[in-house]
Design a binder for this molecule. Structure first.
Ligand code: F6R
Length: 366
């Protein structure tokens, strides 16, 4: 059942070129700039006129929601808020009829997410679901939705479900841009072509496995980790830190790189591994300065960079090169080495990666 892999998690990490393709299948034909998602078309008027999109989710799904916030605001110019379902439901949130609430959940059973969407529904918002498990409670409670089609995810730590969520959400962002006329057709087509190339690029990123295993060996006994990213890679920093803590039990924190100087920089010394996602994008120059700040305090930098980068390799102790992609789609690629890093570190520490302590695959209690 593990397909020759020692753990479900590793199998699921390696399934991603395929599962991402499955999430796009029948929905994207870049050649003729065609996007199909009947559930969005069905509510075209509501989406076109949406005043605001509120995303509710927990954990890794909440991180996918953050990526979606950046994409939807950039492409479709609709204001987006991303909420922890557990906070949203209990704070008497302002919900209007022109709002669309998007609930993201792999299992479709997360109690807080379900309750948050029920609340929004009672206030008249349109509820859209992005779930992996077909026929799950959340999928059934929504007005409409799009399944992620990642296939069953057995490992407790979410990997392929995350990339499938980001894939579906990026298609939604593109569809909204098309419907609202906020993106030129040529730019949209370009974006769709970029999307089609993602599975092959993820495949390439997976080939870094041995290299990442060697880096994991060096850092397996660390007691803390910091993950930094900016822009579209900021949610990836959060996700990388979450993956590490949940399966290896090493304390890790993800931060927007610029926020570091407002506190966490005090933690940096020669014992602190700092994973920086520093791919070539609109915030590249800024993140180069952030790497310098870490180096100046002797932090041990492990940088995820774009292939061919010549600047960061001179500053970082370890460099992991990933294929170039449009910055909005980079999370689909930059998260791969972070999944592998946490996997290998956890295995080396003798942890049960598929069933980490204190965690369950679906959190059906609040
Ligand atoms: C992280 C993880 C959890 C879930 C969270 C939400 O690897 O598995 O943080 O992402 O419990 O679960 P779903 O997506 O099923 O609502």
């Amino acid at each position: 059942e593990k397909g020759g892999y020692p753990h479900f998690m590793l199998k699921e990490i390696f399934e991603q070129p395929r599962s991402i393709l499955d999430s796009m299948r029948g929905r994207l034909v870049a050649e003729n700039t065609q996007l199909t998602m009947s559930s969005i078309r069905e509510y075209a008027t509501r989406f076109k006129n949406a005043d605001r999109i509120i995303i509710v989710a927990c954990g890794t799904s909440w991180h996918a929601g953050l990526v979606a916030e950046y994409m939807i605001e950039e492409f479709a110019r609709i204001p987006v808020e991303v909420e922890y379902a557990s906070e949203f439901r209990y704070r008497n949130p302002v919900i209007r009829e022109g709002d669309i609430v998007v609930a993201i959940s792999q299992s479709g059973e997360t109690a807080d997410t379900l309750a948050a969407l029920e609340l929004a529904k009672s206030k008249g918002a349109l509820i859209f679901g992005v779930c992996n498990v077909v026929g799950s409670s959340i999928a059934r409670a929504t007005d409409a939705g799009a399944y992620t089609h990642a296939g069953p995810e057995i490992g407790v730590a979410s990997t392929k479900a995350f990339t499938a969520q980001v894939t579906v959400l990026s298609l939604i962002a593109m569809m909204l841009a098309e419907m609202r006329g906020t993106m030129e057709t040529s730019a949209l087509r370009q974006m769709m072509m970029e999307m089609e190339q993602i599975p092959a690029k993820v495949e390439k990123a997976l080939q870094l496995d041995k290299e990442i295993q060697a880096i994991s060996e060096i850092f397996k006994d660390a007691t803390n980790f910091i993950y930094l990213g900016r822009g579209f890679n900021f949610p990836v920093a959060l996700e990388g830190a979450l993956k590490l803590k949940e399966i290896s039990y090493i304390h890790a924190e993800g931060y927007p790189a610029a926020e570091m100087k407002h506190g966490p920089i005090a933690l940096i010394d020669e014992n602190m591994p700092v994973v920086v996602i520093a791919t070539k994008d609109s915030s590249y120059e800024k993140i180069v300065s952030n790497v310098q700040e870490v180096r100046a305090r002797k932090g041990r930098v492990i940088a995820i960079v774009t292939e061919g980068d010549t600047v960061i390799p001179q500053m970082a102790e370890f460099v992991i090169e990933v294929p170039a992609a449009h910055e909005a789609l980079m999370p689909l690629i930059s998260v791969i080495p972070l999944q592998l890093l946490s996997y290998h570190i956890a295995v080396m520490r003798g942890c049960n990666v598929d069933q980490p302590r204190n965690l369950a695959k679906s959190v059906t209690v609040e």
